[in-house]
Design a protein. Sequence first.
Length: 393
Amino acid sequence: MTLNDREQTSFFHTYKRLPLQPDHGEGLYLYTADGTRYLDMFAGIAVNALGHSHPRVVAAITGQAKRYIHVSNYFAQEPQVRLAELLLQNTGMARVFFSNSGTEAMEGALKIARRWGSERGKTGLVGFTNAFHGRTIGALSIMDRPNYKDGFGPFLEGCKSLPFNDVPALRAGVNATTAAVVLECVQGEGGIRPITAAFAAALLELRTEYGFLIICDEIQSGGGRTGRFLASDHFGLAPDLVTLAKPIGGGLPLGAILGAASVAEVLQPGMHGTTFGGNPVACAAGIAVLEEIAEQGLMKHALQMGDALLAGLAGLVREFPLIAKEARGLGLMVALELHGEADPVVVAMRDRGILLNATDKTVLRFVPPLVITEVEIDVTIAALREVFGGMAG
């Protein structure tokens, strides 16, 4: 039996696995068991900010593992505290809670919002169409996408999903009973769609009027990917709560809730907790990632490389207008929307040694390691041009 055959007999069938068997990774490249090399343009879905097997991350993981791997949250631990300090320094927030994943961070953030609102007569939770916040019942309750929700209800009361980037709908959909508004400043699974300046301004105005919390889901966009540590920094949102995950554990499971001063005292001992959240090995890896991003200027680099990638993709839109519809993004969170299904292009690019990810059916998603250079961008654009040329022909 092949590895994929064995996987099919062992797991719930929740994933459509790629027909590749990874053997090892190095930098921007993933190598399969047969020795084939692939340029990784989606980096474990925006997780591997420094690429595969970065020496600094590997050293941090092995160094901490030799000291201790787990002691539980009954103890203050240097890796946890140091990573929390770095996150607060990068964001200006006031408090941190570590979880195991992004969806757990979102679930915790919703709990904080409900607890905060319970003393103020506010219970409503508002999300937006086409968003993705995870697969727990809380996250699904503020999402509208049937492919994630069908058959899993009933969902939490007091939750709704408003049209994304629709200012009149936002104004009509929040009121004095709203506890929190939850949004991705750049929708990830929804096709790399940024909020508009008008939408951000309206949200801030309504927070002042009604006194609700703003929760920014930065699980995919955070950690410097957009050229700022948080995507919300581009829009001046000053969120009350932020959820992070993906890059902050260096590839190990780690999520975080960041809270502003407005919610700093909401949680008291015993109200929320986790056995594994803030694992010291994952936190040690996260320290290495954040220090490397800062020391190497990778946020500025992400902006530069993102501009180069967007320019190349925009050129393909002009060259192949019947195939490519729109290039958009922020920093190294970039999309190329097609007129048709994106999966055939993903397969064709894989045949050319480049790994891409399709999302929202018609969108090619580019979230490569932040260490990518123009060399790899040029290779990717050239390969796409070849694929589109074949489709046009």
